[in-house]
Design a protein. Structure first.
Length: 166
């Protein structure tokens, strides 16, 4: 029963922080020179649903041992989904000619427009892979389902950076 209360408090806390972050984000004026690309709030809602389902499964009396592993896996996935859209956890900030990415585990990268050699757009997964000059692996990858991706795509086109579909 204590685990269910903790999960419920966790769901409410994550959703409140996500809602406040998105309310503050929507108030920031986005211009063609300065904008923010973030993960969508849908992930937080999916994570909240998963946390509610795992909490309700903890309340039921089950005798099958594999259910415990399923509940723990569902709980872990739900926590990750809930945390993905927390403000500042993952975001790509564009200001003029500069890109700055805050990564998941504190990894931050910044690039200038002239440092980018090309951008590949994966047709299958709708992910923008940004390559730095002289690098063989993408330096930054941006999901095409993120909030602000249309402004990012327009910025790439306006900057004259070549985007190739792969």
């Amino acid at each position: 029963m204590t685990a269910v209360v903790v999960l419920f408090v966790l769901v409410v806390a994550v959703l409140v922080v996500d809602a406040i972050g998105y309310a503050l984000y929507s108030r920031q004026p986005a211009t063609s020179e300065s904008f923010l690309v973030r993960s969508p709030i849908r992930y937080a809602w999916l994570g909240a649903v998963g946390l509610v389902v795992s909490a309700s499964m903890l309340l039921t009396d089950h005798s099958f041992w594999a259910m415990d592993y399923f509940i723990m896996a569902l709980l872990a996935v739900s926590l990750v989904l809930s945390a993905l859209s927390l403000p500042g956890l993952w975001e790509l900030r564009v200001e003029g000619d500069d890109l700055a990415q805050n990564g998941l585990l504190g990894g931050a990268r910044s690039l200038s427009k002239r440092d980018i050699s090309h951008v590949e757009l994966s047709r299958r997964h709708a992910i923008y892979h940004i390559y730095q000059r002289g690098e063989k692996k993408p330096v930054i990858s941006v999901d095409g389902r993120c909030v602000g991706i249309l402004a990012f795509s327009a910025w790439l086109e306006h900057s004259g950076i070549k985007v190739t579909a792969v």
